[in-house]
Design a protein around this ligand. Sequence first.
Ligand SMILES: *Cc1c(COP(=O)(O)O)cnc(C)c1O
Length: 376
Amino acid sequence: MRVPLVDLTAQFAPLKDEVMAAIEGVLDSMHLFLGPNTAAFEDEWAAYCGTRACVAVGNGTDALHLALRAADVGPGDEVITVAHTFFATTEAIVLAGATPVYVDIEPDTYLINGEQIASRVTPRTKAIVPVHLYGQMADMDPIMDIAARHNLVVIEDAAQAHGAEYRGRRAGSIGHLGCFSFYYSKNLGAYGEAGAVVGSDPELMRRVRLLRDHGSEQRYYHQSIGFNSRMDEMQAAVLRIKLRHLAAWNAQRRGHAETYARLLAGSSLGLPRIGEDRTHVWYVYVVRSEDRDQLQRRLGEREIGTGIHFPVPVHLQPATRGLGYRAGDLPHTEKAAAEVLSIPMYAELTRAQLDWVASSIEQAQSASTLPVGERG
Ligand SMILES: *Cc1c(COP(=O)(O)O)cnc(C)c1O
């Protein structure tokens, strides 16, 4: 049985008529940018996240970059974040002119270790960027406490956590600004590039709004140097349709995660831990194994799609060599990169597919306990 890691065609089929009509509506109007769909989506996404405002931007990387700049993060500033994340988190910090400073993750949630943050604060520290990885929010209360104590800005990287909750509050609504990607494979995905910044501070949000459109509020009048990072109307129209399904899709993902947890409870794999007071939205379902590569190969032989999020930690990438980190500096991050494996997760998975994935994992695992000489 073929089970892909993600199946976006299964999601598109039931939405097709509505999506095509919405795209046709945008094209008929020829209002392609900063029109009624973008304005409506901004209101709807802010309401969903529980913030006063939202600024729709071109993608998630820009969301982070513009948020950092709006918060006045720039050259000479340090930004505390993690190295176990998609590369864009660091890229945005460097693009803003600042220096990323990494702390390690908690080994069982894969999220930023809040206790290590305080030890990395220096007089140059300006911001903290916690990443809500895999669909689960970081432990925000201690992070907000440290930030308040040292007068730091907190910018949430919520690109993998649409609708995730921490003590009843949604991702993006706890820090000073929250950043989302609507890359097509995310829990809420456009059919092209899209992102958003949410927040409740009017001045910060005004600055993000200026930065996304050439520093301009009124066409051809420019108050500051900005960027071109607008979300286009077709993506906004698609996102408005999909947003109405997000809660149901997240609930289905949650159900699948519970099924996996039950079916895999007896295996020797490391299973994900859900932190206290949190609602996980399962952007990916990540297991860990010291025999990860072999497990991945065996599942591939059975046409089960898997992924590695992420195989090389950010601090050990060639691109970040100049920051001066070395192997061994972030032990939990480095171990996770060597052991994590994402198994199929999307709302439309069937029970038969979940059973097949779980039984295939079990068989792959028992095969790997054969004497060393007989291993494949
Ligand atoms: C996807 C992602 C981004 C970047 O979003 P894009 O829309 O691809 O630019 C940033 N951070 C994390 C954690 C992500 O998963």
